[in-house]
Write a protein that binds this ligand. Structure first.
Ligand code: X6L
Ligand code: MG
Ligand code: MG
Length: 276
C-alpha cells in the first residue's frame, strides 16, 4: 500500500518514569508512516486529496510536548489515535519513537518503540425481544455511534423474527450494522458488553428474552478462537436472523472460514428453513 513517511522528527519532550525526565526533558525522534491511497492526489496534483506532511509535523510536535507520559508506549498510542481520528484519509499508521538519551547508564544509540494502528471493519448483530424492541436497537446503535474510536458505516433494515433456540418467548427485532473501529476485538467486545449492561440486559434463561444482544459477527477477515471472542461468530452461518440483515449490507462479504459469500450462506439456510 502507498504511504507517506516522516523520518526522525526531532522533538524536545518531557516523557519518562523518572522525575528528572519530566522536569528537564530530553530529545526524542518521532517517525510516522501514513498508509493512504496516493493515486487520487498523484493524478490530480491536489493537496486536498492527501495529507499535508508539514501541517502534520507541527501537529505531532505540538501534541507530543503538551503531555508528560511515563511511557513512550503511551506517547505512541496517543499520537496514533490523534492521527487516525483527525485525518480521515489515513487507513493505518505506524509510529516509531526513539529516546537517544534515556537514563540507562550504558552506551547505546537509542531505545524505542514502534506500533501500528488502523481502522478495522466489523459487523455487529443486534437483537431485542423485551420492551420497546425497535427502540432498544436504536438506543444501542446510538450508543455505539457515540463511542470514541467507532464509526457506524452501514445499517440493515430491522426484521421481526421468530425466536430460535428457546422458542417459548416473544418475537425478536433483529438488525446488523457495519462499523469502522480503532478498537481491537477484545476492546470492541468490552464496549458491546457495557452497552448491553446499560440497556439492562439480564442473563437469566440461556437463549432467553433480552432487552438487547450485541454479537460481534465478523472482524476484518480474522479467524480467532480466543475463548472469549470467537470470530466469525460460530453460529452466524446457520441463523437467518443474522444472514438476512447482513445480506442487506454485505451480500458479497466472504465468510473467512467457510469461504462463501453471505448471500450463498443465506441461500443454503433458506433451502432448509421457511421461516423468513
Ligand atoms: C439446535 C439447538 C438448533 C440450538 C439450534 C439456535 C440455539 C440459535 C440458540 C439451536 C440454537 C440460538 C435470537 C434468537 C436467540 C435472536 C431470534 C440463538 C441464541 N437470539 N432468535 N434466539 N433472534 N429470532 O436474536 O440464537 S438465543
Ligand atoms: Mg446472540
Ligand atoms: Mg450475545
Amino acid at each position: 500500500m502507498d504511504k507517506i513517511f516522516i523520518k526522525d522528527l526531532e522533538v524536545y519532550g518531557y516523557h519518562g518514569v523518572y522525575i528528572e525526565e519530566k522536569n528537564m526533558g530530553q530529545r526524542f525522534f518521532i517517525s510516522a508512516e501514513l498508509y493512504l491511497d496516493l493515486n487520487p492526489p498523484g493524478m490530480t496534483d491536489d493537496l486536498n486529496k492527501t495529507v499535508n506532511y508539514a501541517e502534520l509535523c507541527h501537529k505531532i510536535e505540538q501534541r507530543f510536548i503538551e503531555k508528560k507520559f511515563d511511557l513512550i508506549e503511551s506517547c505512541a498510542e496517543y499520537l496514533a489515535n490523534i492521527i487516525l481520528n483527525e485525518y480521515t484519509l489515513i487507513d493505518k499508521v505506524k509510529i516509531n519513537i526513539k529516546k537517544p538519551s534515556a537514563p540507562i547508564g550504558k552506551p547505546l544509540k537509542y531505545v524505542g518503540v514502534e506500533i501500528e494502528r488502523g481502522w478495522h471493519t466489523a459487523f455487529i448483530g443486534l437483537g431485542s425481544n423485551l420492551g420497546d424492541k425497535e427502540g432498544n436497537l436504536k438506543l444501542a446503535i446510538d450508543m455505539i455511534k457515540e463511542t470514541e474510536g467507532i464509526k457506524v458505516t452501514k445499517q440493515s433494515q430491522v426484521y421481526i423474527t421468530k425466536p430460535v433456540g428457546y422458542t417459548d418467548q416473544d418475537n425478536f427485532a433483529n438488525s446488523v450494522i457495519q462499523l469502522k473501529t480503532l478498537k481491537k476485538p477484545k476492546e470492541l467486545l468490552e464496549t458491546m458488553l457495557k452497552i448491553e449492561e446499560a440497556l439492562k440486559r439480564e442473563r437469566i434463561i440461556r437463549w432467553g428474552p433480552r432487552t438487547i444482544d450485541l454479537d460481534i459477527l465478523l472482524y476484518d477477515d480474522i479467524v480467532s478462537t480466543d475463548e472469549n471472542i470467537v470470530v466469525p461468530h460460530p453460529r452466524m452461518h446457520e441463523r437467518l436472523f443474522v444472514l438476512k440483515p447482513l445480506s442487506d449490507i454485505a451480500p458479497y462479504y466472504i465468510h473467512p472460514l467457510l469461504n462463501k459469500t453471505i448471500i450463498q450462506l443465506w441461500e443454503e439456510v433458506t433451502k432448509s428453513n421457511k421461516d423468513f
